[in-house]
Design a protein around this ligand. Structure first.
Ligand SMILES: CC(C)[C@H](C(=O)O)[C@@H](O)C(=O)O
Ligand code: SF4
Length: 474
C-alpha cells in the first residue's frame, strides 16, 4: 500500500460520503467541544427545527471566554456575557449535555479541558466553534475550528462537510536551548511562514525536537498552527501521547485501553509518505521570541530590534509595518529589550497548563514584579490546573512575587470579559493573538512564552530569560 500521512489516515477513517470532483467530503465527528459564545444560536436552531443532538455523549461543554476570573463568580455584570453563560447551562440541561460549569473543578478553557479529561483521543475527529481547536491535534486527532452554523449541524447530525486540506510537514530538529520553549518555536515558525503561509494546509509537526517535547509543549505548538493559517496542527502518536492519556476520566480503560493503544500506535505518518509541502527548522538557532507588531508573524528574537519600515522595498508591506509600529507606538529599529510594559498576562489555551505555570514560577522564585508594572495576572487554564499548581505551592510563588492568582478562563487573552487592557496599555502576554484591540480597545499586546513573561514582569521590560538579567527582590 502507498505510504500514507497521518492526516490521510485520519481523514479516510472518517469519510461518510466522499465529495465528487474535489467537492467537500462528509466527515463523521467523534468529539464536539462546546462553550458559551458560539453555541446559543446553534441550540436555537436545533429547537426551531425540532431536533435533538444526535449523540449528546460526544459533547462536552464548559464556560470560558466570558467568565469573570475573580472568585466567587456568582454574578456577571455584562448582560451579553451573563446571558451566554446562563444559556449554555440551560441548553446543556435541556439536551442532556455534560457541562463543566463555574464552580466545577473541571471548568476551564475548552482546549485545556478536552485533553485534560482524556476527551481528546488519538484517531478522533474533534471540532469546536473556535479556531484554536487545532490544539487537540497534538494527540493525533484531526481537530479543527468550525462556525456557529456548523456547530448546529454537528449537534444535529454528528457529521460535517469539510474541504480536504493539503499537507505540510514542519520538521524541527536539534536541541532547544534552556529557556527556549514551544511558544518560541511557534512564533519563529509563524514569523517564517507568515500569518497566511499555511492557509489550506494541515501542518504535521515532526522531527527529533518535536519528539522530545512534552504533550503540553506539543499542544502549544498545535494551538498556534492556526496563526500561520493552518486549520489543523498534528503530531503523531508516541509513548508520551499514550502515557499522558492513561487513567484520564474519558480515556478507555481495561481491555478497551489495550486495544486502543494498538490502534493509536499506527497513527503516525508512514515512512516515505508524501507531503504537499515541507519546511525544515533548526531548533538550535531559535532564541526566546517576542512579537512586536499586530500579527503573530510580526515577531523577532528578544535580542533583536523592531524593523525599519523604510528598508522594506514592497510599498504594501512597508505600509503594513508602519501601521503596526504606529499602533504599537514603537520606533523603527528600537531594541526589543527597551520596550517597557504596563501589564503581564500569563494564561490562555496556548500557555496556561501546569508546565507553563511551572516555567513562569521557576523564573519568579525569590523575585518580585517591578514597581512600574500596574498588574500581573496568572490565570490557570482549568480548575484542575489551578489545583495542581496549588498542590505544588506555585500560587505562593506567584502571589509572593506580586502576581494575582485567578480563577480559570480565557481572561485577558481577549477582551470578552472583565480582564482587559486600557487604551494605550502595553502587555506581555502568553496568549496567541496580538491583533489590534485584542486584549481591549487600544491595548498593545506582545506575545511571549511563560518564562519570558515572568522575566519581563520582574524587569519591567523585555529581557532574555537565558541571560544574567538579575531581577531585584522587593
Ligand atoms: C470567540 C472565538 C470565536 C475565537 C476563536 O475562534 O478563536 C476566540 O477564541 C479567539 O481566540 O479569537
Ligand atoms: S484562551 Fe484565547 S485563544 Fe484560547 S479559546 Fe480562549 S480566547 Fe480563544
Amino acid at each position: 500500500m502507498m505510504p500514507q500521512t497521518l492526516f490521510d489516515k485520519l481523514w479516510r477513517r472518517h469519510v461518510v460520503a466522499a465529495g465528487d470532483d474535489g467537492a467537500a467530503d462528509l466527515l463523521y465527528i467523534d468529539r464536539h467541544l462546546v462553550y458559551e459564545v458560539t453555541s446559543p444560536q446553534a441550540f436555537d436552531g436545533l429547537r426551531l427545527g425540532g431536533r435533538r443532538p444526535w449523540r449528546p455523549d460526544s459533547v462536552i461543554a464548559t464556560a470560558d471566554h466570558n467568565v469573570p476570573t475573580i472568585a466567587p463568580r456568582l454574578h456577571i455584570d455584562d448582560a451579553l456575557a451573563r446571558q451566554q453563560v446562563e444559556r449554555l447551562s440551560s441548553n446543556c440541561d435541556e439536551f442532556g449535555i455534560t457541562l463543566f460549569a463555574l464552580g466545577d473543578r473541571r471548568q476551564g478553557i475548552i482546549h485545556v479541558v478536552g485533553p485534560e479529561q482524556g476527551a481528546t483521543l488519538p484517531g478522533m475527529t474533534v471540532v469546536a466553534g473556535d479556531s484554536h481547536t487545532s490544539t487537540h491535534g497534538a494527540f493525533a486527532a484531526l481537530a479543527f475550528g468550525v462556525g456557529t452554523s456548523e456547530v448546529e449541524h454537528v449537534l444535529a447530525t454528528q457529521c460535517l462537510l469539510v474541504d480536504r486540506m493539503k499537507t505540510m510537514l514542519v520538521e524541527i530538529s536539534g536541541e532547544l536551548a534552556p529557556g527556549v520553549a514551544a511558544k518560541d518555536l511557534a512564533l519563529a515558525l509563524i514569523q517564517r511562514l507568515g500569518a497566511a503561509g499555511a492557509t489550506g494546509y494541515a501542518i504535521e509537526f515532526g522531527g527529533d525536537t518535536v519528539r522530545r517535547l512534552s504533550m503540553e509543549a506539543r499542544m502549544t505548538l498545535c494551538n498556534m498552527a492556526i496563526e500561520a493559517g493552518a486549520r489543523v496542527g498534528l503530531v503523531g502518536v508516541d509513548e508520551l501521547t499514550i502515557a499522558y492519556l492513561q487513567d484520564r476520566p474519558y480515556a478507555p480503560a481495561g481491555a478497551a485501553w489495550d486495544a486502543a493503544c494498538v490502534y493509536w500506535r499506527t497513527l503516525v505518518s508512514d515512512r516515505g509518505a508524501v507531503f504537499d509541502a515541507t519546511l525544515r527548522m533548526d531548533a538550535e538557532s531559535i532564541g526566546p521570541m517576542v512579537s512586536w507588531g499586530t500579527s503573530p508573524a510580526m515577531s523577532v528574537a528578544v535580542d533583536g530590534c523592531v524593523p525599519q519600515p523604510q528598508e522594506e522595498p514592497d510599498p504594501v508591506r512597508r505600509a503594513q509595518l508602519q501601521r503596526a509600529l504606529d499602533y504599537m507606538d514603537l520606533r523603527p529599529g528600537q531594541a526589543m529589550r527597551e520596550i517597557r510594559l504596563d501589564r503581564v498576562f500569563i494564561g490562555s489555551c496556548t500557555n496556561a497548563r501546569i508546565e507553563d505555570l511551572r516555567a513562569a514560577a521557576a523564573v519568579l522564585r525569590g523575585r518580585a514584579v517591578a514597581a512600574s508594572i500596574k498588574q500581573a495576572l496568572v490565570v490557570p487554564g482549568s480548575g484542575l490546573v489551578k489545583a495542581a499548581a496549588e498542590a505544588e505551592g506555585l500560587h505562593h510563588i506567584f502571589t509572593g512575587a506580586g502576581f494575582e492568582w485567578r480563577e480559570p478562563g480565557c481572561s485577558m487573552c481577549l477582551g470578552m470579559n472583565e480582564d482587559r487592557l486600557l487604551p494605550g496599555e502595553r502587555c506581555a502576554s502568553t496568549s496567541n493573538r496580538n491583533f489590534e484591540g485584542r486584549q481591549g480597545a487600544g491595548g498593545r499586546t506582545h506575545l511571549v512564552s511563560p518564562a519570558m513573561a515572568a522575566a519581563a514582569a520582574v524587569a519591567g521590560h523585555f529581557v532574555d530569560v537565558r541571560g544574567n538579567w538579575g531581577g531585584q527582590g522587593r
